[in-house]
Design a protein around this ligand. Structure first.
Ligand code: SAM
Length: 327
């Protein structure tokens, strides 16, 4: 078998790269504790990310997703996209963003080679947006979504993290956008990074979300072929032009089909989102490690992948939160 595989025979062909741990929002479920940010020198330079991608592509990685923090707060992100898009064997570069700065950058990102975007949007209500993100930038996100569509960064997917008592009364409003506006909306189960009864109560299971939508808007029919590289399962409402996706880290564990690993902004290869195992690649990169050595480190990271995450069974040791890992 050629390509990159983990110890459980899963093919690893997808790499998520966090380009910064900084963000211009403070989402209550993501920035649960404030911690010092990385310094400029701690963060991988674009040329260093490029080198890791070249080596990873040689091993079988085909798709790259840029994330953060908020990737667009890092200056000149389109320069990174321009560097990565000609890399041999890389078929797709995509971006996960909060959308607040997309109006400005969507067209230049597209011209640089970006294929598509996922945009986080947890509410359509300005006062609630302020409560969840600590900012009044809802309008910017909505114009960012329109800019992404105009720039043909398709399909533009909208990610909503569902939080009980906070935004779970907006499920139908978001789901309806797949009917009226052809949006691709994905509902994400909240992953409690901090263990407490209050946090556990915030979780709204995918089954519950689906029942609410089907109860009012009609049967959700599975979409085939499945779109995207990831753990979402896609459905359509009757007569919809858009889709509805569900990502259930807790109640519909996605590990069996996991095809990815992560590169953190400070140069650690992280095999699993929800486990703390990491392999340092920054130090070897900075001392001029050979391609073979870098290949070995990537292979080591793949080998460290766990069969399944343990979120829900035991506390996460939580060395890092989502904004530091690159969600
Ligand atoms: N700033 C970008 C954004 O907002 O999309 C990229 C980074 S953000 C960490 C990536 C994704 O992780 C977002 O869709 C966010 O909603 C999700 N996320 C963060 N914390 C989460 C949590 N505790 N449970 C579920 N999803 C979470």
């Amino acid at each position: 078998m050629t390509g990159l595989f983990d110890a459980f025979h899963r093919r690893i062909n997808y790499m998520r790269i966090s380009v910064t741990d900084r963000c211009n929002l403070r989402c209550i479920y993501c920035t649960v504790q404030s911690m010092p940010h990385l310094s400029h020198d701690d963060i991988l330079r674009y040329e260093e990310i490029h080198r890791v991608v070249q080596v990873a592509a040689g091993l079988g990685v085909r798709s790259i997703r840029l994330t953060g923090g908020e990737p667009l707060v890092r200056p000149d992100l389109s320069k990174l996209v321009e560097l990565l898009s000609p890399v041999d064997s890389i078929e797709e570069i995509s971006l996960t963003t909060n959308g607040t700065m997309l109006d400005k950058y969507a067209a230049e990102l597209k011209a640089a080679g970006l294929k598509r975007v996922n945009i986080s949007l947890d509410t359509l209500k300005p006062d609630r947006f302020q409560r969840i993100t600590g900012s009044d930038k809802l309008k910017d996100v909505l114009s960012g979504i329109e800019a992404a569509k105009r720039a043909q960064l398709n399909p533009v997917k909208i990610n909503m993290v569902v939080l009980r008592g906070i935004n779970d009364d907006e499920l139908l409003d978001l789901a309806r956008l797949s009917l009226s506006d052809g949006w691709h909306v994905r509902f994400i189960e909240y992953m409690p990074f901090v263990r407490s009864a209050a946090e556990a109560n915030r979780l709204v299971a995918i089954g519950e979300i689906m029942a609410v939508i089907q109860g009012t808007l009609g049967e959700l029919r599975p979409c085939w072929p499945k779109s995207g590289n990831g753990p979402a399962k896609y459905y359509q409402l009757p007569n919809a032009t858009g889709t509805i996706g569900f990502i259930g880290a807790i109640t519909d564990c996605f590990c069996a089909d996991c095809n990815r690993f992560r590169l953190t902004a400070d140069g650690r290869l992280r095999p699993c989102l929800l486990e703390d195992d990491e392999v340092d690649i920054k130090e070897p990169l900075r001392r001029g490690a050979s391609i073979e050595e870098l290949q070995q480190l990537i292979q080591e990271a793949a080998t460290l992948k766990r069969e399944q995450h343990r979120l829900g069974e035991e506390p996460i040791s939580g060395k890092r939160q989502m904004w530091q890992i690159g969600g």
